[in-house]
Design a protein around this ligand. Structure first.
Ligand code: CU
Length: 473
């Protein structure tokens, strides 16, 4: 759905390269390429060597992926066909390697080990390239200093671990011990942050090591203990505290351009749904129904022709009438009563705004089927996370607590399980953009919307027209 914007479109850090159309795009252990904020460093430069890059070379990019022993597209197809939950993954990977806790792997060949020297600072660029899992990541016995999230610098802070959702990037600095420790190897590990209470998940842990030596030892000689500072599976307190520590630099050189006033307020419920099974169908979801997912009970259907193409041709097939608030408000986070109608409406209604609209969007999780932590991603725009909380959002109460001074700027926000997140953005990137959950299974079930930003008055504020050689079929 994305396409290049006009030459004068506002410059902003690019997000990691990824695709959201099918599982194939991210169902690979090396998917996701981090990008940098692109200007000078606002923190002390790591001591690892530079390679002519605008910023010092990182220790390495560290994609954390998810692995299926079976064909991942077949897993997706099976779920689409029958509407049941997909088979969970078999492993997580660190730089494509699952590590020694998976018995069917070769521990020496399939374990990530990075040698380090004492007294140095290294930069790790962590990417969550998993399809369906938020993850915790930690290095045993070492704190990490967070300096960047989603290609935007943050006020540096020290943390024993990080929580990262699919599609997010986090750059951390690792300062090694001043002198070589007696114990040379320290485990680093990734395991899921779990919020859903009834859904199956891949309860395994990817492990690698940093090693204080110039040579790599046999993995069989390394300790099997997990990092003591790795949060437990359901450590929502840690995840919340970590997210709340992320703040923009908000300095003269790196100003925070959060809209202080807004022109439009949008309220979106984020839900999983259960769809009644059609007459002659076989449905393998709960109660012999199909899973679906939605925003304001609208489950997104991808049209056969690209939305941007329809938008330009004005062929009348798409309506810009997406509901900007729930049609039938309810107690969003209350336990769902048995027999509740959990059907969504299916279609391709679009959310459209004028160029330059300053927007506030409140994303409200619901307890339909399962409250869950949903990483909501906006293409084409960075946004500011001005507030997060648990329970139902109450406008008069919760708006008073917004951070409008140094809110984190990013492109994927973790909406708390059973809670809400408020984001603000200026819609100044004309085009049609996909807004969706970055748990790929939820996007597959329809948790997304096409977001239209109209062109501005000036030609330079409009999207480029389709190329002359655009294929007709
Ligand atoms: Cu989701």
């Amino acid at each position: 759905m994305d396409r290049p914007t006009s030459p004068s479109a506002p410059s902003r850090p690019a997000e990691p390269t990824h695709t959201d159309l099918r599982w194939k795009g991210r169902g690979a252990p090396f998917s996701g390429t981090p990008t940098s904020p692109g200007r000078g460093l606002p923190f002390t430069a790591p001591s690892s060597s530079a390679h002519g890059l605008p910023i010092p070379s990182p220790l390495r990019s560290t994609p954390i992926g998810e692995w299926w022993n079976s064909d991942v597209l077949a897993v997706e197809e099976e779920s689409i066909k029958y509407g049941g939950g997909p088979t969970v993954s078999d492993a997580y990977t660190i730089n494509g390697l699952p590590g020694p806790l998976y018995p069917s792997c070769s521990i020496n060949r399939d374990t990530f080990i990075q040698t380090v020297e004492p007294g140095k600072t290294y930069m790790l660029r962590v990417i969550n390239a998993a399809l369906n899992d938020e993850l915790f990541f930690a290095i045993d016995g070492h704190n990490l200093t967070v300096v960047e999230a989603d290609a935007t610098y943050v006020k540096p802070f020290s943390t024993p671990a990080i929580m990262i959702t699919p599609g997010q990037t986090t750059t951390v600095l690792l300062t090694t011990r001043c002198t070589a420790p007696a114990r040379q190897s320290f485990a680093l590990a990734a395991r899921p942050y779990v919020t859903a209470t009834q859904a199956p998940f891949d309860n395994s842990t990817a492990v690698g090591f940093i090693h204080y030596s110039k040579s790599i030892p046999p993995v069989s000689s390394l300790p099997r203990t997990l990092p003591r500072n790795l949060p437990r599976l359901r450590d929502t307190a840690f995840a919340t505290d970590f997210s709340n520590k992320l703040r923009s630099l908000a300095s003269a050189e790196f100003p925070c351009k959060v809209p202080k006033e807004v022109d439009k307020e949008v309220f979106l419920t984020v839900s999983l749904n259960l769809q009644d099974c059609c007459g002659n169908c076989t449905c393998k979801g709960p109660d012999s129904k199909r899973f679906a997912a939605s925003l304001n009970n609208q489950s997104f259907v991808r049209p056969p022709i690209s939305i941007l193409q329809s938008y330009y041709s004005k062929n009348g097939t798409l309506l810009e009438d997406f509901p900007e608030r729930p049609t039938n408000p309810f107690d969003y986070t209350a336990k769902t009563a048995p027999g509740t109608n959990m059907n969504a409406e299916h279609g391709t209604r679009l959310l459209a705004v004028a160029y330059g609209t300053r927007m506030e969007v409140v994303l409200q999780d619901t307890s339909f089927i399962n409250a869950d932590n949903h990483p909501i991603h906006v293409h084409g725009h960075n946004f500011f996370v001005v507030g997060r909380g648990f329970g139902n959002f109450e406008r008069e109460r919760d708006r008073t607590g917004y951070n409008l001074e140094d809110p984190q700027e990013r492109n994927t926000v973790a909406v708390p399980s059973g809670g809400w997140a408020a984001i603000r953005l200026t819609a100044d990137n004309p085009g049609v953009w996909f807004v969706h959950c970055h748990l790929e299974v939820h996007t597959m079930w329809g948790l997304g919307v096409g977001f239209v930003v109209e062109g501005g008055a000036d030609e330079s504020q409009s999207n480029l027209p389709p190329p002359d050689d655009l294929p007709k079929c």
